[in-house]
Design a protein around this ligand. Structure first.
Ligand SMILES: Cc1ncc(COP(=O)(O)O)c(C=O)c1O
Length: 347
């Protein structure tokens, strides 16, 4: 990406970097406040999470996700480490992940010396494996699983006895669609199912490193045990801030509106510049194509001072698409839209 970044930085009005999915809106003040008040932490934090945090995650899982039946919860140090280490911690020797996906699923298979296989959405086409990842809403495509697709993944886990990890870190950011948690569809039988969540995007807390998993108690007990001995514990002040973040939904709705309004400004500008937008119904990204090699589109955008991500970063099938992130200020998004509109003579 370096030459494209360089080219974009040379634009007279500066670079608009839409290539990194890192939140830019401030962490809500009430969460910062709790962090500031929680700095006295002389003892080791619990790997399992404090009783209050465990209760907050449980309540949120029931009330927000629609979880039912028997399940356990476990905080993690942001969900990326969990994604990267899950195959190792579960001693999985084969791992499936979506054919266009967040690259850390395949990195996790490599770290765990497991065989990683990219698969299509429909589980009837999947080979046998110890662990399968799904990701709805998807990074990078913004695709949302239908209820029927989700149920067929649950049935695959039941038939095969394999574990399904559902990465739901963009669940709160639907745009005219209500993404479903896998836990709302298990009918209370959560065997072999875990849902992976993060406060990075939901509450603009990426710098805190705050995530958690919810699901099959046996799977979570195994993870907790290994993580305890490996020192994988969430710092106590962060655990306190997580409780505060989970207690409030208003800031999440506000953040969703912010991303959706950025999408509404950017999407028509990309379309006018000749991009066809696909999926992109949820999450933080616009997935689009001009039916040319991704790097040709990336180079064209770099001339406008706009940096986006080539689709092949997410798998070879993405090599005619680009990912445009909405994790930039309103001002920057408007600037990008104006530059795109100007290519078609519109301001
Ligand atoms: C699909 C997906 N899963 C997990 C993560 C990791 O997020 P975090 O480690 O901040 O919780 C990301 C980050 O961008 C992501 O896109």
């Amino acid at each position: 990406m370096a030459p494209f970044g360089q080219r974009a930085r040379e634009h007279p009005r500066g670079i608009v970097d839409l290539s990194v999915g890192t939140p830019v809106d401030p962490t809500p003040e009430f969460i910062q406040e709790v962090l500031r008040e929680s700095t006295n932490a002389p003892g080791y934090p619990l790997t399992a999470g404090t009783p209050d945090l465990r209760q907050a995650i449980r309540d949120w899982a029931i009330n927000r996700l629609g979880a039912s039946g028997e399940f356990d919860v476990l905080p993690v140090i942001g969900s990326k480490e969990l994604v990267a280490w899950l195959p190792t911690l579960l001693e999985a020797s084969s791992v499936l992940y979506p054919e266009i996906a967040y690259p850390t699923y395949s990195v996790g298979a490599i770290i765990g010396s497991a065989v990683g296989t990219a698969v299509a959405v429909d589980p009837s086409t999947w080979p046998e494996a110890d662990l399968a990842w799904i990701n709805s809403p998807s990074n990078p495509t913004g695709r949302v699983h239908t209820e029927a697709e989700m149920v067929s993944v649950i049935n695959w886990a039941r038939r095969s006895g394999s574990i399904v990890a559902s990465d739901e870190c963009y669940l709160d950011f639907g745009h005219g669609v209500e993404p479903l948690s896998i836990l709302s569809l298990t009918g209370g039988n959560n065997e072999n199912i875990i849902a992976v969540h993060s406060l990075s995007k939901r509450s603009s807390m990426a710098g805190y490193r705050a995530g958690f998993i919810i699901g099959d108690s046996k799977v979570i007990a195994k993870l907790r045990e290994v993580r305890k001995h490996a020192g994988m514990m969430v710092p106590l002040p962060i655990q306190m801030a997580m409780i505060a973040a989970l207690s409030d939904d208003v800031h999440v709705a506000e953040q969703r509106d912010r991303y959706n309004s950025r999408r509404e400004r950017l999407r028509p500008a990309l379309e006018l510049a000749g991009f066809e937008v696909e999926e992109s119904r949820a999450g933080l990204y616009i997935w689009c194509t001009r039916h040319e090699k991704d790097l040709v589109s990336i180079a064209w955008l770099a001339e406008l001072g706009i940096l986006a991500t080539p689709g092949h970063f997410y798998g070879p099938k993405g090599d005619h698409h680009i990912r445009v992130a909405m994790t930039a200020t309103d001002e920057k998004i408007d600037e990008a839209a104006a530059r795109l509109f100007s290519t078609s003579g519109r301001q």
